[in-house]
Design a protein around this ligand. Sequence first.
Ligand SMILES: O=C(O)CCC(=O)C(=O)O
Ligand SMILES: [Fe+2]
Length: 310
Amino acid sequence: MSTLPQISLAKLTADATRREERQRLQMACEEYGFFYLIEHGTPREQIAQAIEASRRFFALPQSIKERYGHASQEVYPTTARGYSPLHGEMLHPEAGADSKELFDLGIENAGDRRPFAGRTHFPDDAVAPGFAQSLLTLQATMLTAVVPQLGNALADLLNLEQGWFRRHFSPPTVLQRVIRYPSSGGACAKHTDNGFFTLLPQEELPTRSLQVWFGGRWVPVPSLPDGFVVNLGDMLQALSDNRFQSTPHQVVHSGPTDRISLPFFIYPDIDARLTSQKRQHTFSVAEMMLRNYESIWERGTGAGRALELQ
Ligand SMILES: O=C(O)CCC(=O)C(=O)O
Ligand SMILES: [Fe+2]
């Protein structure tokens, strides 16, 4: 396979093109579990500004970044928000800790005390100009212009009842992340994503750092100008009774510059309990998310279906 399918969000939502584009989306979900989303309505500048502000944050002295570490966060679990240094996270035990540093945020609702919800302790503008604001602007666009449109299309493909997406994603649970992979050698070990789907705006670089496991080998997925990568997670695989794939992937980066990526891990409402059509799978979103966090941060057994991967 030379390149991933390209799915147009504009075509998925327009009456004249919806049917055909949904068929293409179905093929992408069944065959690959990965695709490029194009015509997605997210302004280029919003992604560029978030990347620029993130570069400035990561360039701060280590002691300042550590002020926003997990110990300073109030959300439960605290590992779901804030700064994590190089080698702070391990997605696959055989590979050891990942060579990347990151900052996690979410839907910033101070009144929501449920797991994975509440406010992030962010650096303010004097410390990291535009950091919080550019990330939250991009989040607002994703949550209005992309997540419901794509979520509804996926729910329709799974023959879930009318209104299913709105019922179980009001609000969604969002783990938004900024990652920096150093030019001297950055990595994110092989894993699957645990959620529903992941939207991945990333920098356009000549390096082909993201790799996806297709047909028994690692296939590079280069960045696509004006398109971002989408991949499906374990919850969607379960809900589809394994018709859709949550495909293993990894990042191996080295090159002339660091690489910044901005994944949005989209999950259902934290209180949702979901059952697949054929009733083969039923799970609580909160329980599945907390299990995944325990696996990564407490047991050291990796992310998603990492342990199943050779
Ligand atoms: O940085 C990337 O391109 C992908 C990162 C990733 O797969 C993850 O954090 O789950
Ligand atoms: Fe991932």
